[in-house]
Design a protein around this ligand. Sequence first.
Ligand code: TXA
Ligand code: MG
Length: 319
Amino acid sequence: MKIGKGIDKAIKLLDANKVVGLPTETVYGLAANAFEDEAVLKIFEVKNRPSFNPLIIHTDSLEKVKGFVKELPLKAQLLGRAFWPGPMTLLLPKSNKVGDLVTSGSSLVAVRIPNHPIALDLLSRLEYPLAAPSANKFGSISPTVPEAVEQQLGAGVEYILDGGLCNVGIESTIIGFNDDGSAVIYRTGGLSLEDIEEVIGKVTINEKSHEKPLTSGMLKSHYSPTTPFYVGSIDEMLIRFSGKKIGVLSFCKDYTKQSAANFILSPKHDLHEVAKNLFNFMRLIDEVDLDVILAEFVPNEGLGRGVNDRLQRADHKNK
Ligand code: TXA
Ligand code: MG
């Protein structure tokens, strides 16, 4: 069985520098020993990922994080204490323990303590941290169920730890720090701006610069389904595409009568539920035989910011 709950089996594979599918509360990761170049190289290979796109290092305690970084600025300490384990990644100056391959040559390392019992159990039993990007092929939707990891990576991954459907459902929020100590969000995600500002005060969002190492065209279609996917006013687009076989990915309204397939992200308007369902519903609706998928933005607050960012990137108009 490729999908299972065997933590000992996962440890054996990881000790042998192999890659393993890792459940976290955000999305599934493709994990390997972050301290072994041979293992890290395997991640880039299996994922089809350009080696200039650095990886996040995962561990299970703030004490261990301290070993991977040169310094832990005050705001990073406050954030770590408030939100780890959780859907937050911090960009910090790396210590000598962290190699150049995993950071793609950058002097900063991305670190995260994931909030998932299986991930935490595994990490606490390892002598090394795990490098793990989302377990999708480069350019596809991130997996939030183990079956989606298998679908995406097939023979590339020997074993996937089964942690069920990810609770948060979109990737972690990435936060870095300016020289003056102020914090910047480089990727919106599973931890909301409002929650962050409650702990450290005003924060700016700068999603452009986090994509700097890549040409923008490469990342624009990052989360795209294969069926043409349009985001906008569903009612207007239903008229524009009438006569086509239409799928609808709606926020809370029911479109079963007006479409061939309708997935409703959260009938009760709950943005946590929207985030949790987003990638799984994008994957499932993409499996239906459709001409076009219509989706709409959700309120741009809380987790809605991260959700809207993923919808924007999936929009066919941006290809
Ligand atoms: O929720 C998540 O963050 C998931 C789970 C598995 O932890 N991981 C994830 O990894 O989304 P990935 O590789 O798909 O996205 C990580 C992002 C990349 O866009 C990468 O460019 C950025 O983090 N990143 C990683 N290390 C960095 C560094 N040293 N400097 C700047 N950006 C970095
Ligand atoms: Mg990714």
